[in-house]
Design a protein around this ligand. Structure first.
Ligand code: FEO
Length: 176
């Protein structure tokens, strides 16, 4: 059974993951209007992943005797300065999410709730991957700079990457 405090904290995380999904969706939609179809495909897919992160938490809270509450929609930014600015925002955002997950893990240890602690390990690993990917992409964009040709190939690469991730997941990746 979840303590009221942990239940509240997990619901806060549900809100963060829900906002992440909206945020990625806003960036995806912006990218599509800029003709960056690969970047858009990657971000649309990521918006779905964030929704899944939220869903997983809702189900866990309910299973443990709490109530996973669906959060209100908050409007994310609608326009972005550049593709590089988008991925810099993503990196900053994911670092913040990692911090919120770490705080949750800390709380489970203080409360000796080892079931929730174990559940959160999936999010800990996921954050390592997400931060690393965002960093890698920001580095690539720094190399490209203002080179339009470079951006064209970058967009194509992200389209391929989005396709690969989707294929891997539809190949039966459990627990995602
Ligand atoms: Fe669900 Fe990108 O953190």
């Amino acid at each position: 059974m979840l303590s009221p405090n942990l239940s509240k904290a997990l619901n806060k995380q549900i809100e963060h993951e829900g906002f992440s999904s909206q945020f990625y969706l806003a960036m995806a939609s912006w990218a599509e209007t800029q003709g960056l179809n690969g970047v858009a495909a990657f971000l649309f897919h990521h918006a779905d992943e964030e929704r899944m992160h939220m869903l997983k938490l809702i189900k866990f809270v309910n299973e443990r005797g709490g109530h996973g509450v669906v959060p209100a929609l908050k409007q994310p930014p609608t326009t972005f300065k550049s593709v590089k600015a988008v991925f810099e925002e993503i990196l900053k955002h994911e670092i913040n999410v990692t911090n919120t997950i770490n705080q949750l893990v800390d709380q489970t240890l203080k409360e000796k709730d080892y079931t929730t602690h174990n559940f959160l390990q999936w999010y800990v690993s996921e954050q390592i991957e997400e931060e690393a990917l965002a960093r890698q992409i920001v580095d690539k964009l720094k190399l490209i700079g203002d080179d339009k040709g470079g951006l064209y190939f970058f967009d194509r690469d992200l389209e391929t990457l989005a396709g690969q991730v989707e294929a891997k997941e539809s190949g039966g990746k459990e627990g995602k």
